[in-house]
Design a protein around this ligand. Structure first.
Ligand code: CU
Length: 131
């Protein structure tokens, strides 16, 4: 009886530990013409990021993560592509959920909407990666 209790306890412990893989963070982001809300995101390096983007604007928007320290040209074009780490695009009126792995390196990663004129109008954010 006692060993059975021990076995059940060990099984529960294994199940609990299996659930604690890498950390994760979820964000529900509203995209409007022309802003992200929220626009700041804090994550642990290497964590799983679950991003639900709702586009309440009248036009398509995207959520694009750039290398730390990136300056983008106006308009955003192919010269800026090497600075893109990850991107998601959502049509007007749509909601979509995306998952990506946060960068390992701590730092501040600029977020922009690369549709012409959007980041220039203030559609920017920042993803902060902590160790
Ligand atoms: Cu946009």
């Amino acid at each position: 009886m006692r060993s059975r209790v021990l076995r059940v306890t060990l099984l529960l412990l294994v199940v609990a530990l299996a659930g604690c893989g890498r950390p994760s963070a979820s964000f529900d982001v509203i995209m409007t013409d022309f802003a992200f809300s929220p626009a700041s995101y804090n994550v642990v390096g290497g964590s799983e990021v679950i991003l639900t983007l709702t586009n309440r604007g009248a036009v398509v928007h995207n959520w694009v993560m750039l290398l730390p320290g990136s300056q983008v040209t106006s308009p955003f074009d192919e010269d800026d592509e090497p600075r893109v780490l990850w991107r998601a695009r959502v049509l007007a009126g749509e909601t979509e959920t995306f998952t990506f792995t946060a960068p390992q390196s701590p730092g501040e990663y600029p977020i922009v909407c690369t549709e012409p004129g959007h980041y220039e109008a203030g559609m920017v954010g920042r993803l902060t990666v902590t160790p």
